[in-house]
Design a protein around this ligand. Structure first.
Ligand SMILES: *Cc1c(COP(=O)(O)O)cnc(C)c1O
Length: 435
C-alpha cells in the first residue's frame, strides 16, 4: 500500500482546514497514522487517490446500506438534478418519504425532515422541552447524539477517542441541564429520576449504542427505561440515526419491542446525501412550528436531491429478506473474526446486530462505556493498520462500528477474514511484547 499522494494531499489540506479534515475522526490521529484520501467508491469498494482499493466497512459511517453508487440511486439523483436541486417549497416527495418512513417505524405518526443527525436530536430535545415545559435531559455515558451543546457531554466515538468528554465552548449552565448515567444501568437511572424526576423533559438514548463501539442493551432494559419515563412524565427519545435500518428493518425499537415518544433518524434515510429526521407521537409533533409554538426550520430541509436518494433507498429496502440476508452475512463475518482471534490467541468480544459489528480487544464483557474503554487500544491499532495494509477499510477507532452493505459479497468476507488472520497475529505480537 503506497500513500504518497494521500500524504501530500493531507499536508495541503492541513493548511486550509483545521486538522486537514471536516470531521475529527477522519484524521486517523488516534491510530498514529494519516488518512488515505478518497477518489471514488462503488459497491463494497472504496479507492484512494494512490490507486489502493479497499473493502469498505465504514460506508460513510453507516449510510451506504446499499453500497456505494448504487445504480438506481445514481440515476434517481441524475433525474432529479435535471428538475432542480432545491426549491425551499413543499414537494410531493416529502409527504411520500414521511409516509414510507412510517412503514418502517410505526411510532413515526408525524415526521419533520432536517439535514443531519445532529439537527434531528437537537430539534427533538427542544420539542420535548417545549412539550413538557421542563429543562433537564438525561443521556447515557458514551452515547453520541451529534455535536450540539447540550448533547456533547460524555459523548462517545470522536469525543471518547480524543478524551474530551466536554468540549470547551459549551457553557457550564447548558451542560448542567444534561444529566448522565451509565448505559445498561437501570438503578442509576432510577436514582436520577428519584432526585430530579419532575424537571426531566426527556431521556435520549441510542437504541443500540454504536458510538462507544457496538454495545447492546440488556434484555428488558429499554422497556423498563420507557416505563420509568412514563411514570415521571418524561418523553423517551430513541436516537436511531445509526441503528435505524441497521439493527433491523425497523431499528432497535423493533428488536427490543418499544414504541418511543420520539425517534431520530439520519444516515441510511438519506442514501448518502445529507438527511436527518425526527418524529413520533402526533400530539407531541403538533407542538412544532407552524402547527405549534416550538420553532424549528431549515433552508435545505426536505431537499429534493436528498429526499430522492432517500426514497429510492427505502424502495430498495422494502423487502424484509434484504435485512435477513444482511444479518446472515454479518453473522458469518463475525463468527469468522471470532475464530481468527481465537486461533491467534487474542482475547476479543465480537458484538453484532443486523448489519453492525465491533471487535473489542478485551477479555471482559463490554456492557457500557467504562468496560469499552478498558479495551487494549494498542492491539486495536495494530489490528487496524494491518487490516488497512491488507485492503480492509475499517473505522480508525476502537469506539466505532463496522457496517456491511447489500453489495458485500462472500468473496469480500473471505478476503476480510484472510486479512484478519494476519491482523490478529500482529495484534498478539504486540500484546506479548508488552508482558
Ligand atoms: C452519526 C450520529 C448522529 C449525528 O449525525 P450527523 O449526521 O453526523 O450530525 C447522531 N446520533 C447518532 C446515534 C449517530 O450515530
Amino acid at each position: 500500500m503506497k500513500q504518497t499522494k494521500s500524504a501530500a494531499a493531507f499536508a495541503a489540506a492541513r493548511k486550509y482546514i483545521p486538522g486537514g479534515v471536516n470531521s475529527p475522526v477522519r484524521s486517523y490521529r488516534n491510530v498514529d497514522a494519516e488518512p488515505p484520501f478518497i477518489a471514488k467508491a462503488s459497491g463494497s469498494r472504496i479507492c484512494d487517490i494512490d490507486g489502493n482499493e479497499y473493502i469498505d466497512y465504514v460506508l460513510s459511517w453507516g449510510p451506504m446500506l446499499l453500497g456505494h453508487a448504487h445504480p438506481q440511486v445514481v440515476s434517481a439523483l441524475a433525474a432529479q438534478a435535471e428538475l432542480g436541486t432545491s426549491y425551499g417549497a413543499p414537494t410531493l416527495a416529502e409527504t411520500e418519504i414521511a409516509r414510507r418512513l412510517q412503514d418502517f417505524f410505526p411510532a413515526l405518526e408525524m415526521v419533520r425532515l432536517v439535514s443531519s443527525g445532529t439537527e434531528a436530536t437537537m430539534s427533538a430535545l427542544r420539542l420535548a422541552r417545549g412539550f413538557t415545559g421542563r429543562d433537564k435531559i438525561v443521556k447515557f455515558i458514551g452515547c453520541y447524539h451529534g455535536h450540539s451543546d447540550g448533547l456533547l457531554v460524555k459523548a462517545g466515538s470522536g469525543a471518547a477517542t480524543f478524551g474530551v468528554p466536554d468540549s470547551p465552548g459549551i457553557p457550564a449552565e447548558i451542560a448542567a441541564d444534561t444529566l448522565t448515567v451509565p448505559y445498561n444501568d437501570l438503578a442509576a437511572l432510577e436514582r436520577v429520576f428519584a432526585a430530579e424526576g419532575e424537571h426531566i423533559a426527556a431521556v435520549i438514548i441510542e437504541g443500540v449504542a454504536g458510538n462507544m463501539g457496538l454495545v447492546l442493551p440488556q434484555e428488558g432494559y429499554l422497556p423498563a427505561l420507557h416505563e420509568l419515563c412514563r411514570r415521571h412524565g418524561a418523553l423517551l427519545i430513541v436516537d436511531e440515526v445509526m441503528s435505524g435500518f441497521r439493527a433491523s428493518r425497523g431499528g432497535a425499537q423493533e428488536v427490543y419491542g418499544i414504541r418511543p415518544d420520539l425517534i431520530c433518524l439520519g444516515k441510511v434515510i438519506g442514501g448518502g446525501l445529507p438527511v436527518g429526521a425526527f418524529g413520533g407521537r402526533r400530539e407531541v409533533m403538533e407542538h412544532l412550528a407552524p402547527a405549534g409554538p416550538v420553532y424549528q426550520a431549515g433552508t435545505l430541509s426536505g431537499n429534493p436531491l436528498a429526499v430522492r436518494a432517500g426514497l429510492t433507498t427505502l424502495e430498495l429496502l422494502r423487502d424484509p429478506a434484504v435485512f435477513a440476508a444482511l444479518a446472515a452475512k454479518t453473522e458469518r463475518l463475525c463468527r469468522g473474526l471470532e475464530d481468527a482471534a481465537r486461533e491467534a490467541g487474542v482475547p476479543v468480544q465480537v458484538h453484532r446486530i443486523g448489519s453492525m459489528f465491533t471487535v473489542f480487544f478485551s477479555a471482559e464483557p463490554v456492557t457500557d462505556y467504562a468496560s469499552a474503554a478498558r479495551s487494549d487500544l494498542r492491539a486495536f491499532n495494530v489490528y487496524f493498520m494491518t487490516m488497512l495494509e491488507n485492503g480492509i477499510y475499517l473505522a480508525p477507532s476502537q469506539f466505532e462500528c463496522g457496517f456491511l452493505s447489500t453489495a458485500h459479497s462472500d468473496a469480500d468476507i473471505a478476503a476480510t477474514l484472510a486479512a484478519a488472520r494476519r491482523a490478529f497475529a500482529a495484534a498478539t505480537a504486540v500484546q506479548n511484547e508488552k508482558h
